[in-house]
Design a protein. Sequence first.
Length: 197
Amino acid sequence: MFTGLVEGMAMLVHREVGGFGQRLTFELGPLAEGVQLGDSICLSGCCLTVVAIDGARCTFELGSETLSRTLFGELPPGGRVNCERSLRAGDRLGGHFVTGHVDAVGRVVARKDEGEWRFLHFSGPIALMRHMAGKGSVAIDGVSLTIVDADDSHFSVALIPHTLLVTTLGGLDTGSRVHLESDILAKYVARQLEGRA
């Protein structure tokens, strides 16, 4: 479990392709402190398990399911991802509950800058868009954000200068693709409504 409060960025330094999956090694820098084998780390919204550690470099295994639902297969060497270590009992919950289970890939369909602030509009699968609600929560590449408005075709968020500076969201523009995870409460409500239909 995560909060969507990104601790820093990690950089892809090595990719090993084999069988039905891939092993990706990221340079975590100071975020590698205290990390142990088997730990869960959220990389751009995707919960991955540490399978090898070499100093500040951690390796993760991604299977076909993860590769089919995420953009990791396209991440170039040197590419950066948002990084958050798992929530510990007693930690403050400043964002919202993020599972690290990517629901779908979304796309930036519009961008509007207001001074140092930035408004981004995203599209995604209609089933996922129905989980979005104005003033509700969404995780975009692992970043916990509040939705400004939403309908069946898009939703929008407002990004403060700090978020643009310390996460990968600062590099997004029209056409950029991202990992989306809707709020877990919305998933359960949608599932209950499906059962009544």
